[in-house]
Ligand binder design. Sequence first.
Ligand SMILES: Nc1ncnc2c1ncn2[C@@H]1O[C@H](COP(=O)(O)OP(=O)(O)OP(=O)(O)O)[C@@H](O)[C@H]1O
Length: 702
Amino acid sequence: MVATKTKPPADWSLTHGPIGGAVNGFLALAALGAAAHAVDIDAWLPAAGTAVSAVGSILHSLDRGAHTPTLLYRLCCALSAGSWLTYTAATTPWTSGAFYALGLGALAAGVLAPWFRIKEPATGAGRTVRAAVVPRRVAQVAADWEQRILAVTRVRVEITDVRTWDSKAGYTLTGLLPLDGTTRQILAGASDQLAAAARLPDGCGVEVAKGPHRGSFVMHVMTVNRLTEDVDWHGDLSARDIHDPAWLGEHRDSSPMTVPLREESVILIGQKGSGKTTLLHGLIWESARCFNGLTAVIDVNGGSLAQPWLHPWLEGETARPAIDWVAADLDEALEMTRILVEMAIDRKTSYRHLKVQHNLSLLPLSADLPSYQLLVDEGGELMSTTSRDPIKNEIRDNIEELLRIGRDAGFNTIISALRAVQDMVSPDVVKQSKVKIGMYCDDEAELAYLFGWNKGADPDELAGPGTGFYRVPGSTVRPFKGGNLRHGDIARAAVTIANNRPDLDAAGIAVGGDFYRDRLQRMRETFSGKAQVALPTQRPRAPQPPAPAEQPTPPARAGGPQLTVLRGGAASWPDPSEIAAAAAAGPVFAGDYDLGTGQGETLTAEQVHDAAPVPELLIQALDVIGEDRRIHSVALARALRLEQAELADLLGALGVRTLPNPFERGGERLRGYERQHLQDAAEAIRRGELQVPPEVADWPAA
Ligand SMILES: Nc1ncnc2c1ncn2[C@@H]1O[C@H](COP(=O)(O)OP(=O)(O)OP(=O)(O)O)[C@@H](O)[C@H]1O
């Protein structure tokens, strides 16, 4: 393709431009010559005027920074015009020769003018005079930042625009880098220092991103920590195109945080309680609702990630599961990864004609030829480079091969691991996964393993579970808050997705053979193998007042007969008749299930063992809150001798979350918990509607 260059149109205006200038010059000199002749002035007057205009032309040219040829051109024009005027004053302008000479001179001056124009001082492409762009009220902000950037980085930038965010949580600066080859990476590497120099509040920071061209930059300055606020999950279940970016949350200026999934593999690192699982559910949602996308999950820790997505299918509500294939053990994972690699290789030949037909370099994906996203949860165990388990090693090799060869065929991986360390995820996997996400983590070295040092991933900027940093190709590292996707939302999504999602293409099914065809049967056996434990139908009694602070062990429940959680083996349990007799006599065990008086189902020993009392954590938490309606997380964590993240983890496991907005207590506005939510959780446990996870039941550890 030939690039076309557009010429500016000829300037015919009489006030400026080469044509107008020549015509003006001709007419003006002719008029002057005629007037001088009419009043019969002495020739020395135009001669003196010529000398003055020659000197003036030199001075003006020098003042405007004109080059020597331009200066000489302007001098020639002045001298020629003056000479013509002097000559006609001394003789007469009314001869054809005089007018021809004037006309030729004007024509020559006009034709040569474009080559000798005085150039405006170089302002560079897109360079704008700030005062013209930045409104006066923000000009001070721009000037301050120019000074600050100079002081911190020794780079002299020019801020050309300041835009306040709609959320009022900060502003975005657009600026120009100097012409000495400085890149925006220098600013990105100094974002921590810039945030400190700007005295931004804790949790707030500076992000440097691409500007309109390579010599520019955009700097997001956060002045209010929006990452502390909850972001609702979008809940959109309409069919998505895998080629479009997937929404996972928001940046701190409330703009959407999206990641590409068609060509890019994802690495997601997050410690326990960081919000990794929530984000993985988000990734499943966004991959599985594609009209041209399928999802598979490997979770060799029992497949808990996939369970809520399989639930409607297991319950018979849908004909097929929302997730196409789930491997909950090593054997299934091994076969699955082998087959996926074969499918990806096969697509290169089976569908080569489609690329030719559509004249595309990438396989055109559609509902008939869907992409396949393989999500590996807690991949650290499988992706570990130090494992000696041959099965794990083969699975890892297969996943790495898929990572290498799968892009064109639409086979991508989403690998999640607990930690960003070499033992858990090899540098090669980190490098090849172009979308990198690091959830809330206080270890800067781990974030650096993922993103590199001095790339702006400062843990101080994050605000607990659900927040993290991410980078997509061609962009800088940015903090974000993930959308808070809850299990209730998944149940609804699993039905819609299961009903609407595509099936694997015929060639893929042929490659998968019987093992692929029988996967649903094996998944059903795996996930519905265990008999579900029935909970007592009898309603337990209302919660009792919390134990006094100086008495950490929960008080015995007043009232009717109760059962207790029995630890240890069945051999160590008392005789059930003894329990029943003791229960009938009054309160016997602390924190127990109330079966009423002789009514309700008979519980098996296993059911008794599984039933959970209101955990110590809730009892103590309610005690600490007392009569108040709310409590700051920091105060509650301190009273319970927990880290805030641990408290969030434990209460989160019971479905109790901090309130979305900060509130005031003791003169401070912070986020925290609502007493009613804790009471609701206690009620749900008593009613048998909420299972107490072991980490909560075991708290506080002895
Ligand atoms: N996007 C979010 N917004 C608000 N809170 C969140 C978000 N993601 C997670 N959380 C909170 O953090 C808690 C832990 O989240 P999640 O289970 O996703 O973390 P995890 O890293 O997978 O931990 P675990 O391995 O223990 O399950 C949740 O109970 C929830 O309260």
